[in-house]
Design a protein around this ligand. Sequence first.
Ligand SMILES: NC(=O)c1ccc[n+]([C@@H]2O[C@H](COP(=O)([O-])OP(=O)(O)OC[C@H]3O[C@@H](n4cnc5c(N)ncnc54)[C@H](OP(=O)(O)O)[C@@H]3O)[C@@H](O)[C@H]2O)c1
Length: 332
Amino acid sequence: MDKIKFFVNLWPEIRPPMAVFTEKDVPDLAGKVFFVTGGSSGVGLELCRVLYHVGGRVIVGGRSEKDYLNAVENIKAHPGMDLRTCPKGSLEFLYLDLSDLTTIKPAAQELLSKVDRLDVVWYNAGVMVPPVGSKTKQGYELQWGTNVVAHFLLNRLISPLQIKTAQSSPASSVRTIWVSSSAHHLSPDPHGINFADINYERSKERPDQMTIYGQSKAGSVICAYEYARQISDKGIVSLALNPGGLKTNLQRNIGFLARHAMGLLLYPARMGSLTELYAGFAPELTAKKGFLYIIPWGRIGPFNKKVQRGLEQNNTSKKLWGILDEETKKYM
Ligand SMILES: NC(=O)c1ccc[n+]([C@@H]2O[C@H](COP(=O)([O-])OP(=O)(O)OC[C@H]3O[C@@H](n4cnc5c(N)ncnc54)[C@H](OP(=O)(O)O)[C@@H]3O)[C@@H](O)[C@H]2O)c1
């Protein structure tokens, strides 16, 4: 999809209607455990703010304890909007660097040693349009390695606890949420993933960084779809979402002028947390419905048609899952 078509077709996601599901609709979270990657900044921080203030035990995954402590100070000082008064929960830091797969198993082990349930997980951390050639420690293209491969490995390691949690919890209350983006519409043809060369190491023509970011976000949609296929009969909801266009640190790698021009279309990060809260708690999102894609500020929406065709007619989810399974098994 070229950039003009992108804006025309996606206008309902770029300028969404008012949120119907807000902080006040989040149920009481006492006794429940939540895990948010990238919870020290942007949308993740706003999500953690709400989870904490309505009583949840919140594990914040990130690579900087200093950023986490700043976030905690901010969260505790500013309860946010539209909240009921109720006892606060707790916040804990979990070190993980998604650009280094060797940090994922220790993080998962620490998480599993701390908690005996895991209600909702948001694979929220992400990186967008880093300098061309940026790679993870294991040599993956940075956006693919961070946004997709590391979250896949994390999910592989912690999903047994979610399955156990689901056995003693109301159906569809245990959820795994893969944060995608409207940019998945910009992913490569024909079905969103350049299977011949996912890391763009051998391709003669390298697409722009936004297309490669788009590929990573198509990867999140595809993982959510395949995981839903595998897990929904256990009562677990797996879905993907576009949080919305938000002013956060995500635009850090975009040039000054482009960032300010883009800023005119962006909303405060809190609005993105409403999309993530809807995905985490809206009662109409059930495991029986299978994979769903959520659009701003909390509605079931359509996702990209070429990605959908790949899933429904070309088995792209089984193919991608198989590749990721194989590539991550040595980090298990
Ligand atoms: N903002 C938007 O308009 C928008 C639109 C669509 C989708 N999204 C998606 O929403 C999610 C949240 O993004 P945001 O807008 O809130 O951006 P953000 O403020 O930059 O937050 C991203 C978070 O991910 C973390 N992260 C990045 N690389 C990491 C790594 N290697 N290991 C651990 N954590 C890492 C960042 O930590 P560091 O500070 O340490 O890097 C940060 O806490 C992302 O998945 C993004 O793709 C955002």
